[in-house]
Design a protein around this ligand. Structure first.
Ligand SMILES: Cc1ncc(COP(=O)(O)O)c(C=O)c1O
Length: 395
């Protein structure tokens, strides 16, 4: 809770639909900023947008949705997703297991990180987790050993896809290659009550066919292994409309996956998808203040070491908006700005360009949108710059 708001401030509105852990709740960012007198950047959650994304997936995806908690583990995000029908969660660490279990003891957890410590496996199993990803024989042995040959495991063999066209490819680190996946499936079949396969096409995947190619590849491995599967998991990767990235409608992803499930003989299995980004990116913004302007460089109070990691390290562009209440009015013409973050490090730069009114300057608040996923969750407190100010805006 922020030091600026020890209680819900006067002027804030409450909602019967979105009572999110007593976070200060407003009708607009403007109302929130009018009440905020702190020095840090702030995070805004738009639960209605998260709710709409959850409903689209729950209703449209041809299977069950596991929310990838890493994208944004904020309890208000988890609560919004749960309220709108998400009951399963992809977790990777003890903290994620404990967080979701504490909030929702009935949630079904999937430990889909292919490399887990023995302590984590032991803890997760004791907490009721039965779904584990494996991508090599050593990890399989570890799970069997730690769970003492448990008879109720649902193991998901993670295969590596031969290529990724995603904007953030997840290649080279996890996933069994073709031959290894065949061997691993056969071995996993001997020790699991339920057997699945899973893959990840890479994050922010703009190409719907990546999913059908993944399913075709999985079918080849399954057929050569000669095992019967209980589940197939197509992973995450569903995209968000960042600037200069054209994304196909989500319905195209769902129909492509449905057709491929039928074509490749997966239609009678349990089907899972693990969206992170697509469920919560548009549901969150960072609002950062301009501390100084030098030419077309704006020095902000958040940056690459904060919630703008993807804007800095990956040079992604994000939609931006100026929030200014005082005169002079924002100019009608815009300029492409570069952003610098607050730390001493010179890699703390976000090249953009980010187009804002030409007279943007010190004291202005800039809303950087689509940071509900992999924004706040990546932020560090390097150099003492961080923020725990989270406001809800019901737009
Ligand atoms: C195992 C796993 N599942 C799901 C996701 C979520 O991916 P996305 O946010 O692209 O949907 C990730 C992201 O890294 C992942 O590693």
């Amino acid at each position: 809770m922020s030091e600026s708001f020890s209680t819900v401030p006067s002027g804030a509105i409450r909602s019967f639909d979105f009572n999110l852990f007593d976070l200060p709740t407003f009708g607009s960012v403007r109302d929130a900023l009018a009440q905020y007198h702190g020095d840090d950047h702030i995070y805004v959650l738009y639960p209605r947008r998260i709710a709409a994304a959850a409903e689209a997936f729950v209703q449209g995806f041809p299977g069950d949705i596991l929310y990838a908690v890493k994208a944004n583990p904020h309890p208000a995000v988890l609560k919004t997703l749960w309220t709108h029908g998400v009951r399963q969660f992809d977790v990777a660490s003890k903290r994620e297991v404990d967080l979701v279990s504490e909030l929702y003891p009935d949630a079904e957890l999937f430990l889909m990180h292919p490399v887990k410590s023995r302590q984590l496996i032991r803890h997760a199993y004791a907490m009721g987790v039965r779904h584990f990803a494996v991508d090599c024989l050593e990890e399989l042995d570890k799970i069997v050993d730690v769970t003492e040959g448990a008879a109720d495991l649902h193991l998901h063999v993670r295969m590596a896809l031969p290529k990724s066209t995603a904007k953030m490819p997840l290649v080279g680190k996890f996933g069994a290659g073709f031959e290894d996946a065949i061997t691993l499936l056969r071995e996993a079949a001997l020790v699991s009550a339920h057997l699945g396969m899973c893959f990840h096409v890479g994050s922010q995947c703009l190409d719907v066919e990546s999913y059908s190619h993944g399913l075709a590849y999985a079918a080849k491995i399954r057929d050569l292994a000669g095992v019967a599967l209980d589940s197939i998991d197509v992973g995450g990767g569903f995209p968000v409309a960042y600037p200069e990235m054209e994304i196909p409608p989500m319905a195209d992803y769902f129909s492509e996956i449905s057709e491929a499930l039928a074509t490749y003989g997966f239609e009678d299995l349990a089907v899972y998808g693990e969206p992170g980004r697509a469920l919560c990116a548009t549901g969150g913004s960072t609002i950062a203040r301009v501390e100084l302007r030098k030419g077309t460089d704006l020095y902000l109070n958040d940056g690459t070491y904060g919630s703008l990691f993807d804007a800095g390290a990956c040079a992604w562009k994000f939609p931006v908006k100026l929030h200014r209440d005082q005169p002079p009015s924002p100019s009608a013409n815009t300029v492409g700005f570069r952003f610098f973050g607050p730390t001493c490090d010179s890699i703390d730069v976000m090249n953009g360009p980010f187009h804002l009114p030409a007279n943007t300057g010190e004291g202005d608040w800039i809303e950087i949108e689509h940071l509900g996923a992999y924004g706040q969750s990546l932020a560090t407190s390097f150099n003492g710059f961080s923020s725990d100010h989270v406001f809800v805006v019901l737009e």
